[in-house]
Write a protein that binds this ligand. Structure first.
Ligand SMILES: Nc1ncnc2c1ncn2[C@@H]1O[C@H](COP(=O)(O)OP(=O)(O)OP(=O)(O)O)[C@@H](O)[C@H]1O
Ligand SMILES: [Mg+2]
Length: 305
């Protein structure tokens, strides 16, 4: 399974090129899943469909899906409230209800929801040859891509703290014969501890995403137009990915016209200065299309792998 992420400034052509790549790969006989994290429903519009989290088939080999990040965030919170309620069912020491009310507004929830959706796709959709992601605005995308690394570091720390708690419980158990609090017998062995199991599970899942993002079967593509603003945004993507040590493989100088060749040259050379390994392709501005823009004549699919 190979994955491709289309990133870039608003309006540069991410959804169009993601749709084109997905369509062309499917036409070549590959089984393709195209996923949109875009709240503006552009991917669906391009194929003339209303997309949802349920996959829809388009032609023989192409499947389309849209993740509603607001909904995913609400579900993410619900799920985590359930987990916390189970874990802390033995104690009323924390005011969990108050905490849950605030959690909804916590920064990062949308990013975690997106990451959870991405992790589920990578883990479950292994029978696809290609998974193509049409991503949200740059800042959000970079934060989503940063999360696996951040989370692994945090979960590592939490696992160490949990280990210390279990060791202390074990000592008390050895002294008293049973460690309990308000009548509940609590786990003191790592193998019996639900919290440790959850942490281990999270650690494995996020490590898998981290490896996938950096691995040889993933490509991040940046789409830009020959203008200063989209260059600046591309610069931010390049810097962000460098910090995350995720390679940026492909650039699409989209909506290219001969009369903008000079601006295109300048933007491309600046981008190459910042990202030496990037391969840039010029995608011409096409006339308005009556049918779906996924029929873009430029061979987008052929530029990957
Ligand atoms: N090569 C092209 N030639 C002509 N028009 C194009 C080309 N690429 C994209 N467009 C047009 O540019 C507009 C923006 O494209 P698109 O929606 O794909 O951008 P986007 O980066 O996904 O935008 P958003 O950030 O809003 O999600 C659309 O009207 C699309 O049809
Ligand atoms: Mg879009």
């Amino acid at each position: 399974m190979k994955s491709i992420f289309f990133t870039g400034k608003g309006g540069v052509g991410k959804s169009t090129l993601a749709a084109t790549a997905a369509y062309q790969l499917a036409e070549r006989g590959h089984k393709v899943l195209a996923v949109s994290f875009d709240p503006a429903h552009n991917l669906g519009d391009i194929f003339g469909l209303t997309l949802s989290h349920k996959k829809q088939k388009f032609g023989k080999n192409l499947f389309l899906q849209e993740t509603d990040l607001d909904k995913a965030a609400a579900e993410y919170i619900e799920k985590n409230i359930d987990i916390l309620n189970q874990i802390y069912s033995y104690t009323k020491a924390f005011n969990l209800d108050l905490y849950f009310k605030v959690l909804k507004h916590s920064p990062g929830v949308e990013e975690y929801a997106a990451l959870t959706a991405m992790e589920t796709i990578f883990r479950q959709e292994t029978d696809y040859d290609y998974i193509i992601f049409d991503t949200p605005p740059t800042g959000l995308t970079l934060r989503i891509l940063a999360l696996p690394n951040i989370t692994i570091t945090w979960v590592d720390r939490l696992k160490r703290i949990r280990k210390q708690i279990l060791e202390k419980r074990h000592t008390i158990h050895s002294l008293t014969g049973k460690y309990s609090e308000e009548g509940f017998v609590l786990a003191y062995k790592e193998s019996d501890d639900g919290v440790m199991k959850t942490l281990d599970d999270l650690w494995k899942r996020y490590l898998a995403v981290y490896k996938t993002l950096k691995g040889p079967d993933n490509r991040i593509a940046v789409v830009f137009n020959p203008d200063y603003l989209s260059f600046r945004e591309t610069e931010r993507i390049i810097e962000g990915l460098k910090d995350l040590q995720i390679p940026l493989a492909v650039g699409f100088n989209n909506k290219f016209t001969d009369d903008r060749a000079e601006a295109a040259d300048e933007v491309e050379s600046k981008i190459r200065e910042k990202s030496r390994d990037i391969v840039i392709h010029r995608v011409p501005l096409h006339p308005p299309m009556k049918e779906g823009a996924y029929k873009n004549p430029f061979d987008v699919a052929g530029t990957f792998f």
